[in-house]
Design a protein around this ligand. Structure first.
Ligand code: NOJ
Length: 558
């Protein structure tokens, strides 16, 4: 693989960073983060090495699901700024080599969206068919709701017209009817609008849900055919309008089912998908201090189309869902990382960030981030992970991990000078509060987590094998160790991670690299001379090493 390839298929070794403009940096002192504030902080992202910024929904919203309840797909929430401020941000990011993508929320709208207010006015409304209705009382769907603490059915009675509308998420988020060609047209038109303004793609919310034609008349569903046509049409539209734009999908399904969303063998649907299965397996492996579950998940990853990619992550803005583990496995993770009721959500996930889950153990925290960047795929960071922010359990539900970014130890973490009551959410307190965890303290400290993650990003970016290589797990005798061989076109990196607390010595078989002369440490000073078919590599408890395989003809800088 030539380095120039990494520019064409930029998403295959990008470093993605997700943030919510609302909680990142307030520039005008009104208590809400805004685009102008984010633009002021762009050099923090550039310095970190981020190459793709994912903006959580910034559209006008009824604000009952942190922006995932859109009232205007063409607008910018006035609290965050204007279209002009957004374009300035995109332009400034581009100047620093950072692409910007944004959440595309088209499974549902807010019930305050003008389409829905028109649709519910009368059965004859021209917008009625923008949503999914049924007239007969729905069956019990309490097992299908996503937020069991607040909903007991996926159907809600609309009193005025006496029919029920479908809502996969909250009742204030009616599902759009994607079998309606007008809705499909509306969706691509909005996509086209944001591409014109300079976005490089989208994180597509709740993909499997918007592919359903549940509740639509059978004849209608038949008429509009395979729902994957909808995704294919979106992808082909994007390719025509902006060839290198990406669709990064939220598809939390078993691998075999996920594959379809890449477009089977064709690669003509989503460009990327989050690896939820790998993420959940990673937490089980961490809880057990045994790499086994992660090895199994990596080996089970199906082969994906050549231009497609997995997005790996440690945490995101939602609860850390463990829904694909068995009940016993989930309990193991709960016991290890969130034993108290207040740590858990919906019986399936954790509302904590990583460092508190690891009791603040810096060795283990670094090992997990090293692992994130070593896993085949494209790493995605959630804001604040680079400095080791914790959650605030006082903040309700999933918002516990969406507290203001901690820039300094000053008032409100340097996020905003406004009165506390005006902030979108209270700053984290305690051992992970801003007086202990902030960017200002870490940015020049050679031993900080921020400096460490900056190093991971730099080494990951210059080692495209890590992003591109197919999974190759090396056999070795320690259950607590994950040993990966990442090779593309004869260039290889070996990564070793010890998920256990005790030091080990890992034998690494080098027969697959016959000319190998030495292994050079990429994360620290050091190298291992090779004389024969293998070497033994020492790892401390929770230790990690990335080793570039160097031979006579190596093209990459060791
Ligand atoms: C998934 C998003 O990640 C989540 O935050 C949101 O509540 C639901 N989709 C509904 O949009």
């Amino acid at each position: 693989m030539k380095t120039t390839d990494t520019g064409d298929l930029w998403w295959k070794n990008a470093v993605i960073y997700c943030l919510d403009v609302e909680t990142y940096q307030d520039s005008d002192g009104d208590g809400t983060g805004d685009f102008a504030g984010l633009a002021e902080r762009i050099d923090h992202l550039a310095d970190l090495g981020v190459t793709c910024l994912w903006l959580m929904p910034f559209y006008p919203t009824a604000d009952r699901d942190d922006g995932y309840d859109v009232t205007d797909h063409y607008g910018v929430d006035p609290r965050l700024g204007t279209h002009g401020d957004l374009v300035e941000l995109i332009r400034t990011a581009k100047d620093r080599g950072i692409r910007v993508i944004a959440d595309l929320v088209v499974n549902h709208t807010s019930d305050k969206h003008p389409w829905f207010t028109a649709a519910r006015r009368s059965k004859d409304s021209p917008f009625r068919d923008y949503y999914v209705w049924r007239s007969d009382p729905p069956p019990d769907t309490s097992g299908e709701v996503i937020f069991p603490d607040q909903e007991s059915s996926i159907w809600e009675l609309d009193e005025r017209t006496g029919e029920y509308y479908l809502h996969r998420f909250y009742r204030h988020q009616p599902d759009l009817n994607v079998a309606n060609p007008k809705v499909r047209d509306e969706i691509v038109k909005a996509i086209g609008f944001w591409l014109e303004l300079g976005l490089s793609g989208f994180r597509v919310d709740a993909v499997p849900f918007f592919m359903e034609t549940l509740g639509t008349a059978e004849s209608e569903a038949e008429r509009f055919g395979d729902p994957h046509d909808h995704l294919r049409a979106i992808r082909s539209f994007i390719s025509r309008r902006a060839g290198s734009a990406v669709l990064l999908g939220e598809v939390n399904l078993p691998y075999e089912e996920q594959l379809r969303y890449f477009g089977d063998g064709q690669g003509d649907e989503l460009t990327m998908m989050f690896d939820f299965i790998g993420n959940q397996a990673m937490y089980l492996a961490l809880a057990r201090r045994d790499a086994g579950p992660l090895v199994d998940a990596l080996r089970a990853r199906p082969e994906i189309p050549p231009d497609a990619q997995w997005a790996t992550f440690v945490r995101n803005h939602d609860e850390l869902t463990l829904d694909k583990l068995s009940a016993e496995e989930r309990d193991e993770v709960f016991a290890a990382f969130g034993p108290q009721e207040e740590h858990q959500l919906y019986g399936r996930g954790l509302r904590r960030r990583l460092p508190p889950m690891l009791d603040g153990d810096p060795r283990r925290t670094r090992m997990v981030y090293s692992l994130l960047f070593a896993l085949p795929g494209t790493p995605t960071l959630f804001y604040g992970e680079e400095i080791g922010m914790g959650e605030n359990l006082e903040v309700p539900g999933r918002l516990a991990v969406r507290t203001p970014m901690q820039w300094s130890g000053d008032r409100h973490a340097g996020f905003s000078p406004a009165a506390p009551s005006r902030l979108p959410s209270q700053v984290t307190t305690g051992g992970f509060g801003p007086e202990h965890v902030n960017v200002a303290d870490q940015r020049r400290d050679p031993d900080s987590l921020l400096t460490f993650i900056r190093t991971l990003v730099a080494r990951y970016r210059e080692s495209p094998e890590l992003g591109w290589a197919p999974v190759e797990v090396l056999d070795q005798p320690h259950g607590c160790v994950l040993a990966l061989w990442s090779e593309v076109d004869g260039e290889a990196v070996v990564t070793l991670h010890n998920l256990g607390p005790d030091a080990v010595v890992v034998p690494v078989d080098l027969t697959r690299a016959p000319g190998c002369e030495r292994l050079v440490d990429l994360l620290s000073e050091g190298q291992v001379e090779v004389d024969g078919d293998g070497v033994e590599i020492a790892l401390e408890g929770y230790g990690y090493r990335w080793l570039r395989v160097v031979s006579d003809g190596s093209r990459r800088l060791p």
